[in-house]
Design a protein around this ligand. Structure first.
Ligand SMILES: Nc1ncnc2c1ncn2[C@@H]1O[C@H](COP(=O)(O)OP(=O)(O)OP(=O)(O)O)[C@@H](O)[C@H]1O
Length: 356
């Protein structure tokens, strides 16, 4: 996300349903007066304001509506939530390009480009809220439209998480049998990345829906249940050097929709060296970090020390309680817990495999 996109998201959050600002905008829409509102008060804004008068009054929805009945723009200081100016003429640099028609929208776009602040433009005739920020232009949807789209995305997330659960379970079984192929790891990461993308889209809807999006946020939370930490653990299990983790995350999120379908590209991002589709069948071994992280109350630093000493899951599965007690901070009780946990996982994997 670029900084403008992030700022746009923050601006959408400010005007989300349930906020005082949105209530003001809805009142303006009902009264068909239209509006031009600058969200932020900076020296750049002050420099392009002409005429009008100072208000310096606490923000309220009804005040905004009243002030927007007058000609000109309103400037709202969103740091302090104070309406600073009203009835002002905005005079942005006329050489700044604009592809809008109508003076209000053209001024809004130029002002946003010149000041870097969000500028709202509400047309008197149409029930549309336009947000301009830098070079971005966003048309705010009605909450019903947004909710319909968000619900579709939740259905997709639901299907994706079910499919992920299947492939992660398969990976767990194969890990315990030393039968993991590059394809299995790449498939899990592919699914996780698809989930990350749909979640980012949903978070955008949640931000924009404000109070109307609370139920949606709970649904998403429920569906994700620790998905982000599981993703990090799978990556740690198969990316040899931890310093490449951040780079891999970046490259995964930069993959186009088409490239995400290609498992060899994902495998290469993980550093697993797959140049042709047949390379995907080559075996790989997990470090076992994910399995260790599931041991109850085992501190992360201890997980790291253990996996440094026994750097593969295969090696880990052969450790004894005596071996583990050579590590500082692991006594007989904890050593026993770790060994039992590994045995349980192995047992579970063979039970599940028997059902295949
Ligand atoms: N530079 C400006 N500074 C402040 N306010 C402006 C500016 N330009 C336009 N406006 C406001 O927008 C109103 C509508 O202007 P105009 O009719 O030219 O734009 P429009 O885009 O065609 O209108 P609408 O958006 O309502 O369809 C003006 O009456 C004024 O209140």
């Amino acid at each position: 996300m670029t900084s403008d996109q992030e700022a746009l998201r923050e601006a959408l959050h400010l005007i989300a349903p349930g906020t005082a600002l949105r209530e003001g905008l809805e009142r303006i829409q009902l009264s068909h007066t239209g509006a031009l509102i600058v969200l932020g008060y900076s020296p750049e804004v002050a420099a392009i304001c002409s005429g009008g008068f100072r208000v310096d009054t606490e923000f309220s929805a009804s005040r905004l509506r009243e002030l927007c009945k007058m000609d000109g723009a309103v400037v709202v200081d969103t740091e302090e939530w104070i309406i600073r100016l009203a009835n002002v003429q905005l005079l942005p640099d006329p050489s700044i390009p604009t592809n809008e028609s109508g003076m209000r929208h053209r001024t809004a776009q130029r002002t946003a480009r010149q000041t870097g602040l969000p500028v709202l433009s509400l047309s008197a005739s149409m029930r549309i809220i336009s947000v301009y920020l830098g070079d971005l232009h966003y048309t705010v949807d009605e909450p019903e439209t947004l909710l319909a789209r968000a619900n579709q995305a939740v259905d997709t997330l639901d299907r994706y998480t079910q499919r992920l659960e299947e492939v992660v379970t398969t990976l767990g079984i194969l890990e315990m049998r030393d039968e993991v192929a590059i394809r299995d790891v790449a498939t899990v990461i592919q699914r996780m990345e698809m989930i990350r993308r749909i979640t980012a889209e949903l978070n955008g809807y949640i931000d924009e829906l404000g109070a109307d999006g609370r139920l949606l946020a709970l649904q998403v939370d429920d569906l994700l249940r620790g998905a982000a930490s599981e993703r990090a653990l799978v990556l740690r299990d198969y990316i040899r050097s931890p310093e490449l983790l951040g780079q891999a995350e970046q490259q995964l999120s930069a993959l186009s929709g088409e490239s995400l379908v290609d498992l060899t590209q994902i495998a290469n991002i993980l550093g697993l060296g797959a140049y042709e589709p047949s390379d995907l069948d080559r075996n790989v071994v997990a470090r076992g970090v994910r399995v260790l992280a599931m041991v109850p109350r085992l501190p992360w630093t201890t997980v790291q020390i253990i996996s440094e000493k026994w750097p593969t899951l295969t090696a880990l599965r052969n450790v004894t309680t005596e071996d583990l007690q050579t590590i500082e901070g692991i006594g007989p009780y904890r050593a026993q817990m770790i060994v039992e946990h590994l045995q349980e996982r192995e047992q579970l994997a063979s039970e599940l495999a028997a059902r295949w």
